[in-house]
Every structure is written in structure tokens, then in C-alpha cells.
Design a protein around this ligand. Structure first.
Ligand SMILES: *Cc1c(COP(=O)(O)O)cnc(C)c1O
Length: 228
């Protein structure tokens, strides 16, 4: 059995190899360690091995871990579905949120972000797989929402995020990532200053890096399979 430290090194290797293979600058792809369902000790081990950014989906579970690990210099990303009744906790406890998919949620996060914290970094979640995935905005709805959100005072819109439907072949994996990249490029051409493409997970991070991912969200390959 490999330890979390060893698996983390393997994932870093995969990222470095993909950066080289697809002519991405070294270090241009950030690793978000997705620690949902995993205990605080697992996060402590990853942090001791140099991992700084952690992603969580379930709010109650996440806040308990944030409290238990308050002594660590790590950052917390919320990557789960967002309902209105969760926005205050996310605004108060997290550094980044990846899953904004409507204006109401964005407005609440901006209003509820505490004054002593910097504006909340965020991404819009886009449904780039059509029917097969339910969460996220349609690509057509992204430009208008991005323009509106970029005006909210306590949010800092950084880019786009997607969770494409699983695909077997490398080429099939690349396709939705390419659509997300093109969407980001068109927003930038229209004057929005965006720098983040949150895409790629354990099974498809190489395809995401090939298409310009700046942040891969990796759980299983670091922490092992999840038990719910
Ligand atoms: C669980 C999850 C991941 C990590 O998936 P793995 O396949 O375990 O790497 C990434 N992104 C989101 C949004 C998730 O919910």
C-alpha cells in the first residue's frame, strides 16, 4: 500500500510529465487535493508533504475539518453544489469557491463575505457535457453571468470550472476541456481578466493539462477510494 505522501508525489509527477508533454510552462498547473470524506489526519499527512490547497464538497464535514486543522497554513476550496442556505458558511470559511452557477448565489456570497477577508476568489461552473451532467450553467449563459459577477464588490471572478462526463479515450476526454478553454478565451477577448481553468480529476488530468487547465482537482489518486 502506498502512503498519501507517496501518492501525492506520483500525482505531482503526472502533472510535471503532462506539462512537459503538452508544452505547458513548468509549475503552471496547480494541484488541489480533494479531501472530501477523508479524515483530518489524511489532510495533515498531505500538508506535511507540502500540499497547500484542499477541496471539500460537504459543508458540515468541511467546517469540522477546517476547525480541527486551524493550526495549518493551508487554503480551502469549496467544490460542492451550492444552495442558498450554504452561502454564508462558504463566504465565511473558504478561500475559493468553484461552483457558482447562478446570480442569486453569487450575490449572496458577495454580500456575506466578511469585511476582514479579501474578496472571495471564484469560478463559474459550466456544463460542457450537455445532457449527461446536470450541474453548471450552459455555455451560452456564461458571458452575461460572468460580466455581472465581475462587478460584485466582494467576489473576485477568476475563471471557469467543469466536471465533464467520464470518457474512455484521451481524445474524448479532451473535447469538453477544449470547449471550456475556448469559452475562457472568448471571455478574455471581451475584456474580463480571468486566469483560472479548474478542470481535470484523477482519471483525466492529462487531457485537462493538454487543453490548458491551470488547476486540477484530484482526490482518489492521492487519498484512495472514498467510502460514503
Ligand atoms: C470528488 C471531486 C473531485 C475529485 O475526483 P477524483 O476522481 O477522486 O479525483 C474533483 N472535483 C469535484 C468537483 C469533485 O466533486
Amino acid at each position: 500500500m502506498n502512503t498519501i505522501t507517496q501518492r501525492l508525489e506520483q500525482v505531482r509527477d503526472r502533472i510535471r510529465t503532462a506539462e512537459r508533454r503538452f508544452a505547458r510552462p513548468p509549475g503552471s498547473v496547480e494541484l488541489l487535493a480533494v479531501s472530501k470524506t477523508k479524515p483530518p489526519e489524511a489532510i495533515r499527512e498531505a500538508a506535511a508533504a507540502g500540499q497547500r490547497a484542499f477541496g471539500e464538497n460537504y459543508l458540515q464535514d468541511a467546517t469540522a475539518k477546517i476547525d480541527a486543522l486551524a493550526d495549518l497554513a493551508i487554503t480551502w476550496h469549496f467544490i460542492g453544489p451550492l444552495q442558498s442556505n450554504k452561502t454564508r458558511t462558504v463566504a465565511e470559511r473558504f478561500d475559493v469557491v468553484h461552483t457558482i452557477d447562478r446570480l442569486k448565489i453569487a450575490r449572496r456570497l458577495s454580500e456575506q463575505r466578511p469585511e476582514h477577508l479579501p474578496p472571495l476568489d471564484c469560478c463559474l461552473q459550466v456544463n460542457v457535457s450537455g445532457e449527461s451532467s446536470k450541474s453548471g450553467l450552459t455555455p451560452e449563459a456564461v458571458p452575461a453571468l460572468a460580466a455581472t459577477i465581475s462587478e460584485l464588490p466582494r467576489l473576485n471572478l477568476r475563471g471557469l470550472m467543469a466536471i465533464p462526463a467520464p470518457a474512455e479515450s484521451f481524445e474524448a476526454q479532451r473535447e469538453p476541456f477544449a470547449r471550456l478553454r475556448e469559452l475562457l478565451e472568448s471571455l478574455r477577448e471581451h475584456g474580463l481578466e480571468l486566469d483560472t481553468l479548474s478542470m481535470g480529476m484523477s482519471a483525466d488530468l492529462e487531457a485537462a493539462v493538454a487543453e490548458g487547465s491551470t488547476l486540477v482537482r484530484v482526490g482518489t489518486a492521492i487519498f484512495g477510494h472514498r467510502q460514503y
